[in-house]
Every structure is written in C-alpha cells, then in structure tokens.
Ligand binder design. Structure first.
Ligand code: DAH
Length: 342
C-alpha cells in the first residue's frame, strides 16, 4: 500500500510540474481529488486493509490528500495571477492616443433659415402659427377665391389624397383657418412644407418650404406691406437692400405683386446669380382680396390686410449661391456639413 501511495505522489508531482495554466490545474484536481479521482480511490481501498494497519495507512493517505490539495492551491494561485497580469497588459490604455472626435450635429439649412425668418418676424411683432400639411380643397383653394377652373387646381400640380383632400400646395392655407377663428388686428406668420406634383429638377421639387404671413386690421395700406417687407429683408440680410415691385396675379390678393431684391452679389450690375438682370425674385404678396375676407366672415369695408408668401429654399440658394435645389432633400453629409449651426 505504501508503494502505491508513493507512486501516486510521484505521478502527481510530475503532472503538476507539467501544468501551465489554471485550466490544467483544474483538470489535475479532477484527476486526483475528484469523485472518481486517485485519492478517493485510495480511501476506498483502505476498507480492505487489515484493521491493525489502518491507522498507519489512513494517515499516509490523508497526508497525500493534504499534500495534493496544498500543491494544487498554490499552483492555481500562481497561474491565475499570471493570467490576470497578462490580460491586464493587453488591455492597457495608451494615453498618448489622440481622442476620437465627436461629430456635432448641425441644423439642416432649411430649418436654420426658417428659424432665422421666424425670429426676424417675431422681432417685428408677428406671432407664429402652424397649419396642417394635409388640407381640404376648401382651405387650399376655395376660401382663397380660386375659381373652380383655375389651372392650379389641376391634377398636374396638386397631390390629391381623396377628391377633396390634398397635400397643401402653399402655406397660404393658414389664412382661412386663422381669419375664421380670430378677430383682427392680426399679425401672424405660418412657416411650413408645401407639396406640388412637379417633375424633380435642379429648379423644382415635389416639396419645398414657405413662410406665409398676413396683417389684417383697420386701414392697412399697400405701403404698410412694402415697408414691412423691406424691413424684413434688411434684417435678414443685415444690409440695406433695394426692392422692386412688379404687378402679378394671385386669386387671393388684389392688387397682387411679386417683390424682387437687388442682387446680393452684384448689387444690381448683373451677374450669373441674377442672370444679368440685377434682380432676384423673393416673394409673392398683395392686399388680401375682399372676397377672401368675406369668405372668412370679415367685413371688407371695415378690415383690410396684406399678405405674402416667400420660398425658403430660394432664400438659401441666393445666400449661398447653391444651384441645385435637390441637394436639400438628399441628406448628403458632405453638403449638410457645410452649414454650421447658428
Ligand atoms: N401662395 C403663393 C404661392 O405659393 C404665394 C403668395 C403670393 C402668398 C401672394 C400670398 C400672397 O399670401 O399674397 O406661390
């Protein structure tokens, strides 16, 4: 029996010496101390030993067990510390590496321009409302005095959802909704997206943005419109700008006009931006048609008002000299990153 115990101890020493990792130590633990391991097998064997020899062999087996346990414990500690250290050295932080740069998001140029326009009108005493993008034929056309056969009602221009429900073709739709419910004096703007069923090209898109506005009170004059618009343009572009007013037709205003501003680049001399005309068209406007006021329950003998609608994309094109309107809807970061947040 003694020889067997010595043999096992020697075999264990050899095995332990060959170990190189915590995992291998675990395997040895099973081999020698596990349920079916060599040390428990020796314990079983003790049963067959003569009673007189039991204390001596019992002690030897027990010594072997303690020996194996201690040895395995030491080796396990040794290897686990070693493995931890090598893991840490791989994970170490290189403090000399440059930090990763965070990309700061910025406002879309359309949102930035709308915010600027809105802030400018607020500073001039206007309030801001929103109006639905999905509209009825009534607010998009009828209340605004569009004759039933007006070309803008044509399927060509308007996205219809149902026979009487459509995507608004202009932000002027807010007029009917506002004038029906609020009492003048009213000085209100409405920014938002509008839709037209047009072929997409560098000049036109199926959706774009407008800021419409109106002033309705007693004794509002055409001169009020002109001075408000010129003050707005001066504030927006931070300089004095000459305006040119051309007569134009919109069913909801009388008289109606289009307003041009002196070209930002050549200041009237003629260049590529203004196509050598010296002028840039910026908005449509006019005195609100008496029929529109009447449609909204207001007495045109008592009240008068002016209104305008300006294209947001157009102002951005002019300010930055952009030539392709499609860029605004493409979400190309190379384009968008050029507009710093305001
Ligand atoms: N709604 C017109 C358009 O989309 C713009 C416009 C012109 C609005 C004259 C107005 C106005 O309020 O008075 O082309």
């Amino acid at each position: 029996m003694k020889e067997i115990i010595d043999e096992i101890r020697q075999a264990f020493d050899k095995d332990a010496e060959a170990c190189k990792s915590v995992k291998e130590i675990e395997e040895l633990k099973i081999k020698y101390l596990g349920k079916k391991g060599q040390v428990p097998a020796l314990m079983q064997h003790l049963r067959n030993v003569a009673v007189a020899d039991k204390p001596e062999f019992g002690k030897l087996v027990n010594d072997l067990k303690v020996y194996v346990e201690k040895a395995l414990e030491r080796s396990e500690l040794f290897f686990s510390e070693k493995e931890e250290a090598s893991k840490l050295s791989q994970e170490s932080i290189d403090t000399t590496l440059p930090g990763r740069q965070k990309v700061l998001a910025s406002k879309h140029p359309i949102s930035a321009m709308i915010d600027e326009i809105v802030d400018t009108f607020i500073s001039m005493g206007f309030s801001v409302v929103e109006s639905p993008e999905i509209e009825t034929d009534y607010y998009n056309f009828e209340v605004l005095n569009f004759p039933p056969d007006h070309p803008a009602r044509d399927m060509q221009d308007t996205f219809y959802i149902e026979p009487n429900v459509l995507l608004r073709t202009h932000a002027t739709t807010f007029q009917g909704r506002l004038l029906e419910t609020m009492k003048p004096p009213l000085r209100v703007i409405c920014p938002g997206r509008v839709y037209r069923n047009e072929t997409i090209s560098i000049r036109s898109h199926v959706f774009f943005h407008q800021v419409d506005g109106l002033y309705v009170a007693e004794n509002v004059s055409f001169q009020d419109l002109i001075s408000t618009m010129s003050e707005f343009i001066r504030k927006l572009f931070h300089k004095d700008v000459s305006l040119r007013i051309r007569p134009s037709y919109f069913p909801f205003v009388e008289p109606g006009c289009e307003i041009d501003m002196a070209c930002l680049v050549c200041e009237g001399k003629g260049c590529a931006l203004c196509k050598n005309s010296g002028w840039l068209e910026i908005l449509g406007a006019g005195m609100i048609h008496p029929q529109v006021l009447r449609n909204c329950g207001l007495d045109p003998e008592k009240y008068s008002g002016y209104a305008w609608g300006l294209g947001v994309e157009r102002l951005i094109l002019l300010r930055y000299g952009i030539t392709d309107i499609r860029l605004f809807a493409e979400n190309d970061m190379r384009f968008l990153a050029q507009f710093p947040s305001l």
